[in-house]
Structure formats: structure tokens, C-alpha cells
Design a protein around this ligand. Sequence first.
Ligand code: NAP
Length: 334
Amino acid sequence: MKALVLNQETYSLSVKDVDLPLLSPTQVRIKIKAASINHHELWTLQEKNLKSNSDIILGSDGSGVIEKVGSSVKNLKTGDEVVINPSINWGADNKVHGQNYEILGFPSQGTFAEYICIDHTYVGLKPGHLSFEESAALPLAGLTGYRALFSRGQFESNNKVLITGIGGGVALFALKFAVASGADVYITSGDATKISKAIHLGAKGGVIYRDKNWSSELREMAGGFDVIVDGAAGRDFARLTELANPGGRIALFGRTAGQITDLNPKTIFWKQLSIHGTTMGNKDEFESMLKLVTTEKIKPVIDSVYPAKDINLAFKKMESADQFGKIIMNMKQF
Ligand SMILES: NC(=O)c1ccc[n+]([C@@H]2O[C@H](COP(=O)([O-])OP(=O)(O)OC[C@H]3O[C@@H](n4cnc5c(N)ncnc54)[C@H](OP(=O)(O)O)[C@@H]3O)[C@@H](O)[C@H]2O)c1
């Protein structure tokens, strides 16, 4: 089969013929139709920190069609249209993943290939209202956004929500989920056009995080927030604690803007704030996320679709933070 293999010298990806993965009795073999890229893989390309004696095939997100089922798989069949849960080996405790936890793509083979063999427990049926491209946008970012907002952010129906860096994949899912749940949602972005697009998707308003006074503008516009979903961290994280209402929760899932500095402890303890780190999600959350998407007919925001062979260009686009929504790879075009 063809796969996009990581060059461990240059940390770029190129098309290579590799062996078709072997199918174990509990696995299904999926013909991948679409994949999507995540910042997680971009960190790998930038930090150049993966090494292996075998081919590394990244990719956490994928949708496709089951081509073959292992002998003991009873709940899925050939021809089923599916999405893959990239949260591997979460473990028994729904609150936190265990020591053997992996994000699909390394060390196990990821979705940047024509086929993948994966345990049937990581496979869900594709929501019927979505195309393969739209479905490929869902798994990693949808799961992360779902857990951040509902499980870790403890969203309740009358809560006001702030989501930072709305152009990001996870942020846009958090927006869609919060709007579908009836919340008043405000956002930040580096780009005024993205704020307008987010308002079109149901946000009440937003400010540009590059402006010096963005947090006071936001305070004036919206007051305080009960739930804040943040994937940026960095110097401005301290301002999020100031914008949080007493008893507020900040669900932190990323580090795009780097180290957190200048937190004022008194703001945190006096307002009884909770800062909740969050990563991906468990199997129950993956299923709940798919259910929410299906019942509310939620459509992921797609920025662009690239042929598989142009994956390095797709990562360049992500690097420039130019995107609004998910960047999809068409895995039929090698
Ligand atoms: N823990 C987990 O499970 C998990 C899962 C997924 C992602 N992540 C991490 O979360 C982060 C975002 O991931 P993603 O895949 O959603 O990334 P993405 O699609 O590349 O989005 C990144 C976004 O960050 C925003 N941003 C950049 N600088 C910012 C700043 N100073 N303040 C606020 N926002 C800023 C930009 O928003 P605008 O375009 O609106 O300016 C940009 O679009 C990454 O650090 C990633 O590694 C973690």
C-alpha cells in the first residue's frame, strides 16, 4: 500500500510503498478515504523528536470503509463506513489515561496511509450526515473539544463560555458543541475575519488577542466567564484567570503560545478557580461526542482539502495559523 512516511532526517513526509498491515482477530482493516492533520503532528515535525528503526506513519484522524474484519469481530462488517478513535489504551479510569496511553500515529501506525488495521473497539460508525472528509475532521479535535467543554470544563446550561484562538481545530468544535448546547459563547482570534466567521457560526462576539487591551475589551463586551476553553497558554493565560467568574473552570488543552507566566495566585484562590488540564478523551466521551454530532447534525468546519501527496503543504498552512477549521487530506489522491 502507499503511505506518507516520515523522513527521520528532514522531518518531512513522502509517499512510499510499504507492506499492507496484518489483520489480527480483534481488528478491522479500513480503507482510509480521508484523514486530517493536527497540531500534534506539527509539533513532531518541528521538534524532530521521533526515532524508530521502522517506517513511521503518522496520522491520528481518519475515516473510511471497512474492507476486512478479524475473525472475532462481531459488531462491525465489511462495507461499514467508519471513523477511528485515536485515543489508544486509555485504561480503566475515565478520569485520566493510564501509563500505556498512546495517540494513534506513533508508535502504532497512523492514518496517513491507504489502509490501517486497528482494534474494533476504536472504531465508530460515521455520522450519516457527514462526508468522509467532514468525518475525518472529527476524531481528535472533536474528542478533545468535547472533554474540555463538558467533562473538564463542567459546562452547565446557563454558563457563559470563552474559547480562545477560534481558528484552531479543537476551538471550533468547542464552539459548535457549546452553541448546540445553548450557551452564550465569546471567542478570541488573531484575525478579525475569523471573528466574523465565528459569529456567523453562533458566537456572540470576540476580540483580537493581538490587541494590547483585548481582555478589558472582552470584559466590557461580555462580563466574566464560567467556562474557558484554552489551547494557547502563554503569557496571556493569566488574563484568563482574571476573566473567569468566581467558581469558574479553565480547561487547558494546548500550548500554542508557550509557557504560562505571571499567574497571580490570589486571583486563583480567592475566586475559587479550577484550572483543569485535559487531553483527548476516553471511549465514553468519544461515543458521546459522536452522538452529539449525530443528533444535533453538527458539521465540522473544514478549512481546506489537500491531496495526500501535498501533505507537507498542508502542514505549512497549519504552521502559518492561517486556517479556519480543519485541514483535510484526501487519501485517495497519492
Ligand atoms: N491535549 C490534547 O489532547 C490536545 C488535542 C489537540 C490539540 N492540542 C494542542 O492544542 C493546541 C491547538 O491545537 P489545534 O490542533 O486545535 O491547533 P490548530 O488547528 O493549529 O490551531 C491553533 C490556533 O491557535 C490559535 N493561537 C495562536 N496563537 C494564539 C494566542 N497567542 N492566543 C490564543 N490563540 C492562539 C490560532 O487561532 P486564530 O487562528 O484564531 O488566531 C490558531 O488557529 C496545540 O498546542 C495542540 O498541540 C492538544
